[in-house]
Design a protein around this ligand. Structure first.
Ligand SMILES: Cc1cc2nc3c(=O)[nH]c(=O)nc-3n(C[C@H](O)[C@H](O)[C@H](O)COP(=O)(O)OP(=O)(O)OC[C@H]3O[C@@H](n4cnc5c(N)ncnc54)[C@H](O)[C@@H]3O)c2cc1C
Length: 552
């Protein structure tokens, strides 16, 4: 196995990735980072849209609709749109294997776990693993299953009819790919329960195609694992060109494309596929790039035993459908395979772990299960990575004196004073300076809240909806932080009493900060609770004691 670095996507990791722009120019590290930060900001917006929809029970929406909503609210240039498009296409079409109109905003990554950091490659091919797992087992290849009879009408056990004869067993583990289950090319008698059939219909089967160009010799940088293809609009182009010389010591390049583009690649005439692939390679390596010795492509969708690459969470489905797909039927039919594993679908690990899960179930022996090691939730990890990228970018673009002066303000503020010093330096970089003239509205009760303010100089008067004066806030005081936790609405009205300079921090950034630095989150909670107690009077100790007969 060779570790190729990366961040568990096909990109091979942002640090190592070479992004190739128009005219085959390699983007500088700074330009590459700009595209990543831009895409990060869009991902943040998508994430908050997801949270809003969940909080309001607005229901699911496709990634396409969500993305359009975010993009129309921003004033991106054409180049910026192109970069964002590339990043989103990499995640959705070429990693999830789904076009964005099909992918669920709410659930596409719900509960998905990642193990370790980065990608490793089986240098002798993936069969290394399957052959090792198959050692000592009686495996019958080339037996096409046509029908599975089970349940009461059949008596005890199961009969599996294949083109090579019928096999009887006490139970079976069905590992048919989701695409095959969708196609119903294997008949179940009786039919599968309605809930399982609905899950099969709702979950999406993704597409991912690889086009491999084999050359006489390597003419590209041998040690560069992945080239990001940003040369042209990404709609009918791959997002990546992968170099197999680095990992497999063969003079070959692999183009990766998912979703409907994968379906097109699979079905286009081979000559068209070859010239498509060559044009991609020449965009990346120049017009002098030679013709390949041969070109091969995968055809997982055409393959009647796959009908696609792997599962994705489609609009209208949810991880509950994954659980429904995994449910055993009549104590005789057990289900495994990547699409049945709700912690890590679409991957070999999920397929393996689901098999072990069913073995444990059949044997009624939890000891068979692989011990669950500490894992990271992908959504959380992605948010953390976005947060740290932003902090690093902000801190490197601000001079030390400015950071020191902001820290001086924050350290004496009522709410940030408890934030650990190093974290405060990070936070300080994230504010934007703003000024208010006397009588200017800083924020208005019930109006949508988008940022918090720390007063640097001047005074602000804060009142509740009924006119009650909350206080006059001067240097170091914070305004607007409750809105973050109150459905994005301000809970009070604040007006500048004199010229007031403040620092504004938008919620997206604030939230990223709080997620990245839990100790600061706790400090903020402490101060907020202390404030509430002051406002509402000290709680009576007896109010925490259950009343007689109470069950608290
Ligand atoms: C292009 C591509 C790239 C991928 N890259 C990665 C990656 O980098 N990392 C990763 O972890 N995963 C990757 N995957 C996903 C990974 O390959 C799958 O998640 C995994 O193979 C799923 O295993 P499974 O046992 O659930 O299904 P499968 O491997 O599809 O096994 C199902 C088996 O059922 C057989 N079958 C189907 N119908 C019948 C029938 N009627 N009778 C008898 N047998 C039948 C099929 O022939 C097949 O052998 C990739 C997949 C694709 C397509």
């Amino acid at each position: 196995i060779m570790f190729v670095g990366g961040d568990s996507s096909y990109s091979g990791g942002w640090e190592q990735l070479v992004l190739v722009g128009a005219d085959g120019r390699h983007l500088s590290q700074a330009e590459k980072l700009d595209t990543i930060l831009l895409a990060d900001s869009v991902r943040d917006e998508l994430d908050s849209l997801r949270r809003e929809r969940l909080a309001s029970t607005a229901g699911d929406v496709s990634m396409r609709d969500a993305l359009e909503q975010v993009m129309t609210s921003k004033d991106f240039s054409d180049d910026e749109r192109h970069a964002i498009d590339w990043h989103m296409t990499l995640t959705m079409r070429d990693d999830c294997g789904a076009d964005d109109p099909a992918l669920s905003l709410l659930w596409w990554d719900e509960g998905y776990e990642v193990y370790g950091y980065g990608d490793s490659v089986f240098v002798n091919g993936f069969t290394t693993m399957t052959e090792s797992l198959a050692t000592g087992l009686d495996i019958r290849l080339k037996h096409v299953v046509r029908r599975i009879e089970y349940g009461r009408s059949h008596g005890a056990g199961v009969s599996v009819s294949t083109d090579q004869g019928t096999f009887d067993a006490d139970a079976v583990v069905v590992t048919l790919p989701l695409g095959v289950l969708k196609e119903r090319s294997v008949e179940f008698a009786p039919a599968l329960p309605p809930e399982k059939q609905r899950a099969i219909a709702r979950l999406g089967m993704g597409q991912l195609a690889k086009v491999v160009l084999l050359y006489k010799k390597v003419f590209w940088p041998r040690d560069q694992y992945v080239f990001g293809y940003m040369c042209r609009p990404v709609q009918d182009r791959p997002t990546m060109v992968v170099n197999l010389a680095k990992t497999h010591d063969v003079a070959a390049l692999v183009l990766l494309a998912g979703g409907s583009l994968a379906r097109r690649i699979e079905t286009m005439p081979m000559a068209e596929c070859e010239s498509w692939a060559l044009s991609v390679v020449r965009d990346v390596f120049g017009d002098s790039a030679p013709r390949p010795k041969s070109v091969e492509r995968t055809q997982w969708n055409i393959d009647p035993f796959s009908r696609g690459s792997y599962m994705y969470v489609a609009v209208g489905s949810s991880p509950q459908d994954i659980a429904a797909l995994a449910d055993p039927v009549a104590d005789t039919l057990y289900f495994a395979g990547e699409a049945t594993y709700r912690y890590h679908w679409a991957g070999a690990h999920g397929a393996f772990a689901s098999g072990v899960r069913e073995a444990a179930r059949i044997l009624d022996d939890p000891a068979v299960l692989i011990p669950r090691s500490f894992t990271e939730n992908r959504r959380w990890r992605d948010a953390m990575m976005r947060a740290t990228r932003l902090f690093n970018a902000m801190s490197s673009s601000m001079d030390v004196a400015e950071i020191d002066s902001r820290v001086g303000l924050l350290v004496n503020s009522d709410i940030f004073s408890k934030v650990p010093p190093n974290e405060l330096r990070v936070l300080a970089t994230m504010f934007e300076p703003v000024s208010f003239q006397p009588k200017d509205l800083v924020c208005e009760i019930d109006a949508p809240a988008s940022c918090i303010y720390v007063v640097a100089s001047g005074r602000v008067e804060v009142r509740l909806g009924d006119g009650t004066l909350v206080g006059e806030y001067g240097r170091g005081k914070l305004v607007g932080e409750y809105g973050l936790f109150h459905g994005g609405r301000h809970t009070a009205t604040a007006v500048a009493l004199e010229r007031t300079d403040a620092f504004a921090l938008d919620y997206q950034r604030f939230q990223r900060f709080l997620l990245a630095f839990p100790e600061s989150m706790f400090a903020l909670l402490q101060v907020t609770v202390a404030r509430l107690i002051t406002q509402n009077g000290t709680p009576r100790p007896e109010s925490l004691v259950p009343e007689s007969g109470g069950t608290r």
